[in-house]
Design a protein around this ligand. Structure first.
Ligand code: ADP
Length: 304
């Protein structure tokens, strides 16, 4: 059982030739809005891997909020603990996608930023009745801290995906984290150690342990992922595929990992390999949610 505390965003992808100049008015080729947000993507990934998944978050009382609820319901994510605000809109992300594939993103936290400690208290059941609690950095950190406190007091395993990269993280939050899963940039932002070769990853693991996090997985894009846990460390290479859109690669990795991981981390290598496989499917499809695979697809990719 997985509970995800996190963000729900309406992603508007604006397809453009190039970024407009200051003061310029420009036409787009196309604009489409779809459900997204790190929290939503991770929960849906976990649910597609057939984990019983519950979400803790907030939306506005608007069309975008309804779109997100529909997406969660469609993938069997429990929405009982998604709060609906009447004074603030659903979070949104505006993605300017240029013809050459580069993207520039503006985010409005909206209802995600309104998530409160009271909301977490009222979601206590969802937190204490799961095996793994997952959170990111698109909702207020003080709220995640409260949720992790409740989780740890009740023997729930906590996974922190420190994304998007942030400095000034409360040391207590790291002390309440069982497993942290950053990408290269996010790891360096916290540890101060650039992620390059495997030695730098070992150094990162040491630093994170000093910061109070016993277990670490760094995802390194097309290279794969490095893990370092209390039971051992190693590198698990990615699967070689033709990537067309890496949106939600990291989110697929996290959601899949949460669905597969044994709490004693005895299957960490298999869980990381399985998560690499799931995200390698995500990068071969366009968009966030449409490309996140189901359990059967990941198994089929392994030839099972
Ligand atoms: P984020 O999207 O958060 O930056 P990464 O880029 O590290 O995260 O990607 C997460 C995981 O997705 C990687 O560990 C890897 O398993 C998979 N992945 C990402 N890009 C590729 C790629 N080009 N080919 C195959 N797998 C990929």
């Amino acid at each position: 059982k997985v509970t995800v505390l996190g963000s729900l965003n309406a992603d508007t992808i604006m397809h453009i030739e190039r970024l407009p100049k200051q003061g310029e008015t420009m036409a787009m080729y196309d604009a489409t809005t779809a459900p997204g947000g790190k929290g939503a993507n991770q929960a849906i990934a976990a649910a597609r891997m057939e984990a019983k998944t519950t979400f803790v978050g907030a939306i506005g009382d608007d069309q975008n909020g309804q779109m997100l609820l529909d997406a969660m319901i469609h993938d069997n994510v429990d929405i009982t603990n998604i709060k609906k605000r009447d004074n603030i809109g659903t979070g949104s992300a505006f993605i300017m996608l240029e013809k050459d594939g580069s993207n520039t993103i503006l985010i409005h936290g909206g209802a995600n930023q309104s998530l409160s400690i009271e909301d977490v208290k009222s979601a206590t059941d969802a937190i204490i009745n799961c095996d793994i609690l997952v959170a990111q950095f698109e909702t207020p950190l003080a709220v995640t801290l409260k949720a992790f406190e409740i989780a740890k007091q009740n023997g729930v395993f906590t996974i922190l995906n420190p994304a998007p990269a942030k400095t000034n993280i409360q040391p207590e939050l790291l002390h309440l984290t069982d497993l942290i899963v950053p990408n290269e940039t996010e790891a360096e932002t916290i540890s101060g150690i650039p992620v390059t070769d495997e030695a730098s990853m070992v150094a990162n693991a040491l630093k994170f342990r000093q910061l109070g996090v016993p277990n670490l997985i760094i995802t390194v894009g097309a290279r794969g992922a490095y893990y370092s846990t209390v039971n051992g460390a190693g590198f698990v290479p990615a699967f070689k595929v033709k990537a067309i859109d890496t949106t939600a690669a990291g989110d697929t990795f996290i959601g899949t990992l949460a669905s597969q991981l044994e709490l004693d981390l005895s299957n960490i290598v298999d869980a990381v390999r399985f998560s690499n496989r799931a995200s390698s499917i995500t990068v071969q499809g366009a968009g966030a949610l449409p490309s996140i695979p189901k359990l059967t697809q990941v198994k089929a990719a392994f030839g099972e």
